[in-house]
Design a protein around this ligand. Structure first.
Ligand SMILES: NC(=O)c1ccc[n+]([C@@H]2O[C@H](COP(=O)([O-])OP(=O)(O)OC[C@H]3O[C@@H](n4cnc5c(N)ncnc54)[C@H](OP(=O)(O)O)[C@@H]3O)[C@@H](O)[C@H]2O)c1
Length: 244
């Protein structure tokens, strides 16, 4: 029985991943920050698949809260084998308008949070002799982002973190990343409402991804089928990278 912790699993890609992992036979802890009702809805769906699940509030940009979250997961479920560092946040702002505290907040959520969660979970995976860490990067890690320097920089940092931890935590634990392009979630709601047609026109597959299409790749990397893949980033962007 594999136990998975998915951060930011109350909605979007994280919710789809939590459900996909449960369909693959995992027990799943659904981490969230503000949206308890949505997190409980995801838990309900997982319990409906006859897997164990509960929702756990923790701000992944706060190491103490991460430690407490992982202690609770291990106390209640016995261990943690799969960590999906999915929680993320973006903010549109120019260099001149982005305040240093917002830069730090975005880097802490999108990069430090992944380090904190990996640091708290890896000893349990080592002890179990098997582990999977999947980090969420972004197309913006490679292309940069207009008015999103903190987000793009943090996601580029995920690439270095992924490769470094892959080297360090082998052979028991694999560490990989998934870099989505435009995906139909709340994070993109405004961009898609304002310029959805232009965005879709640029993408070779002519549509944005469903969260489940990203979750499928995350779940693959978390499975035994991905046993010989580590330190990789899989791009899932409908071909948009070729146009960027
Ligand atoms: N959507 C895209 O097009 C896209 C593209 C590339 C990469 N990504 C990456 O994919 C991941 C998921 O994106 P998404 O679009 O599904 O995002 P989303 O719909 O905006 O959901 C974000 C999730 O992260 C949680 N969260 C935010 N800050 C948190 C914190 N400090 N601690 C714990 N949880 C926190 C939210 O919890 P609450 O609901 O409780 O607030 C929510 O569950 C992110 O890392 C994102 O950067 C997304």
């Amino acid at each position: 029985m594999r136990i998975a912790l998915v951060t930011g699993a109350s909605r979007g890609i994280g919710a789809a991943t939590a459900i996909k992992l449960a369909q693959q036979g995992c027990d799943v802890v659904v981490n969230y920050l503000t949206n308890e009702a949505a997190a409980q809805e995801v838990v309900k769906q997982i319990l409906g698949l006859s897997r164990r699940a509960f929702a756990l509030r923790a701000d992944i940009s706060d190491y103490r809260q991460v430690q407490q979250m992982v202690e609770r997961v291990v106390a209640d479920l016995g261990s943690v084998h799969i960590l999906v560092n999915n929680a993320g946040a973006s903010q549109k702002a120019t260099l001149l308008n982005l305040e240093p505290q917002d830069w730090l907040r975005l880097v802490n959520i999108n990069l430090s949070g992944a380090f904190y969660c990996a640091k708290a979970c890896a000893p349990h995976m080592k002890k179990a002799g098997w582990g999977r860490i999947v980090n969420l990067s972004s197309l913006r890690a490679m292309t940069g982002s207009d008015y999103g320097s903190a987000y793009a920089s943090a996601k580029a940092g995920i690439s270095g973190l992924t490769k470094s931890l892959a080297r360090e935590l082998a052979p028991e634990i694999t560490v990989n990343a998934v870099a989505p392009g435009y995906t139909d979630t709340e994070m993109n709601q405004r961009a898609l409402a304002e310029s959805g047609d232009a965005i879709r026109a640029q993408i070779p597959l002519k549509r944005v991804a469903a969260p489940e299409e990203i979750a499928n790749v995350i779940a693959f990397l978390a499975s035994d089928d991905a046993s010989y893949i580590t330190g990789e980033t899989i791009n899932v962007n409908g071909g948009l990278y070729m146009r960027s």
